[in-house]
Design a protein. Structure first.
Lengths: 112, 112
């Protein structure tokens, strides 16, 4: 199974609400990253959190990492219709840092 | 112009045909990757390359081959396409000190 597994698979909210997506993984990691994919397009990197960090912010994004539970969450505050996309977590667990393992993604729909 | 360019963007082919998907990058990165994405699934790694002389199999390399013609070019071939290779294919690069990957816009391949 995937190293990263996201929950929920789909999330539908109203504009202005917060959206929270969760990711669980199985092995020790160097870092965990979140990517966004607009429908049928390439993935775009959003934020990276290292294994020795617990929380990171970037604009309206907040990522937390709990290595004891092997889980991470992505919070998008004050969501906008333009945030509608699929969001993927990816774990970097290799010694050389060369490979990422992607989860199955959360489809977020923000309704105007 | 896009930093990571994939051609073609869409391709329809028949079972048994040989297909080549091309990827070129202007980011000057050494590391390049090929992934496939199926509906409802995350990205699965097909092949990756650390430099022109270093090619590595990913988790689903059967039925695929690659060629790293230059630092900037990494091609994926399906020697004899089959319908279950119908998917969205992404090329990505990685460079610098962070394991952040930069994706092309994808190639949508349909094998009839």
């Amino acid at each position: 199974s995937q190293q990263g597994e996201e929950d929920p698979q789909a999330l539908s909210i109203q504009e202005g609400e917060n959206a929270t997506m969760n990711c669980s993984y199985k092995t020790s990691i160097n870092n965990l990253q979140w990517y966004r994919q607009n429908s049928g397009r390439g993935l775009v990197h959003l934020i990276l959190i290292r294994s020795n960090e617990r929380e990171k912010h970037s604009g309206r994004l907040r990522v937390t990492l709990d290595t004891s539970k092997k889980s991470s969450s992505l919070l998008i505050t004050a969501s906008r219709a333009a945030d509608t996309a699929s969001y993927f977590c990816a774990t970097d667990a290799g010694a050389s840092g060369s490979r990422l393992t992607f989860g199955e993604g959360t489809q977020l729909t923000v309704n105007p | 112009d896009a930093d990571v360019t994939q051609t073609p963007r869409n391709r329809i082919t028949k079972t048994g045909k040989r297909i080549m998907l091309e990827c070129s990058q202007t980011k000057g990165h050494d590391r390049m990757y090929w992934y496939r994405q199926d509906p409802g699934l995350g990205l699965r790694l097909i092949y990756y390359s650390f430099d022109v002389k270093d090619i590595n199999k990913g988790e689903i390399s059967d039925g695929y081959s690659v060629s790293r013609q230059a630092q900037a070019k990494f091609s994926l071939s399906l020697e004899s396409a089959i319908p279950n290779q119908t998917a969205l294919y992404f090329c990505a690069t990685r460079g610098g000190t962070k394991n952040i990957q930069y994706f092309g816009a994808g190639t949508r391949l349909s094998v009839l």
